[in-house]
Ligand binder design. Sequence first.
Ligand code: AMP
Ligand code: MG
Length: 396
Amino acid sequence: MALTFHVARETVLNKVAGAHPKPDTQRVALDAASGRVLAEDVAADRDSPALARSVRDGYAVRAADLPGELVVIGEVRAGERFSGELGAGQAVEIMTGAPIPAGADAVVMVEHTRRVDGRVHIEGAAEPRQFINPQGCEAAANEIVLRAGKRMDYADIAMLAAFGRTHATVYRKPEVAIVATGDEIVEVSETPSEFQIRNSNAYSLAAQVARAGGVPRILPVARDTVEHTREIVERGLTSDLLLLSGGVSAGKYDVVEKVLADIGAEFFFDRVLIQPGQPLVFGRAGQTFFFGLPGNPSSTMVTFEVFARAALELLAGQSESTLPMPFARLTRDFHHRPGLTRFLPAHLSNDGTEVTPVEWHGSGDVPALTRANAYLVADPFRAEYPRGEFIRVLLK
Ligand code: AMP
Ligand code: MG
């Protein structure tokens, strides 16, 4: 059964999320936590900020005193607290990050003041609370600031650090078995004859798996026989996810689906209306999800990015998997034959606003993919995209 791109993607998300994956957890130190998926909710250990704080260098004042000339009764900087209290007609010199002195209700930027000895002249008025971050405005003590299921970026790491976490509980990375199939495939270290091809798919997949937060496990190439493919597939099914490349088209020696059917696998789809990558198999054997990705290198890469990565991320404990496809403007006319969602190698300008298709000789053209930094995504209902028109792109 052939599914549209969107329905196929929803199917992957729903099937894997519906299986409620519960990965094991482990503790990691803060400096090893980036890119890991948090397995616990993290609460603030105190208000943030812990005290009302100035967000400018300048003077802490009472807004009602302005405009006017104020007596400077002292100074406060970050890391200390002003011991006195500010009365009418008084100001305290204050630095960014310093706690607001008692009695003050606004900060005036130093650029808008004139200091003469012990006094400061301020010509403008001030709004109460200006340039003050109130205590707890960013987060209150005990508030949950990070939820389990988040793949942590550098801001999340800063948050753990700020709230005193030297370690975090994260999910163990899923192991992903990678099986290339095909009698024509030889190891990278071998010298292929003209009718043979080096196994590049296992390595592009391993790179994509690692980038997505999994641990790749490359298995030997499966020969195009039912017996050998079955032997390797059974080994692969002991991992958390199994990725196969090749052997899923309708050819006589495409045995992957037969092998999986023989071992009692459930198939959720085996064809998707996309290019590259139409013959794409997704299913589950026992507890293990698998993808039979088409063997042409760019088909393997694209179908991993748009489908298998989502499964991996959910199996890794992420609460969601996203696939952002922003718009960019075409630098030239583009047209395609409607009916399929196409992901074609493209070059996105530095600022991400303009996209140019890269010359491409079909799904086997890996060199073209190395010149691309994105895919342009052509809609199945639309044939013509004139130059200057917006089209979706998927970052590579
Ligand atoms: P298949 O999907 O098995 O019909 O494979 C389609 C084509 O993809 C093959 O003819 C090869 O050119 C190529 N191919 C298959 N597997 C690999 C691999 N592991 N590495 C590089 N190219 C491959
Ligand atoms: Mg093959």
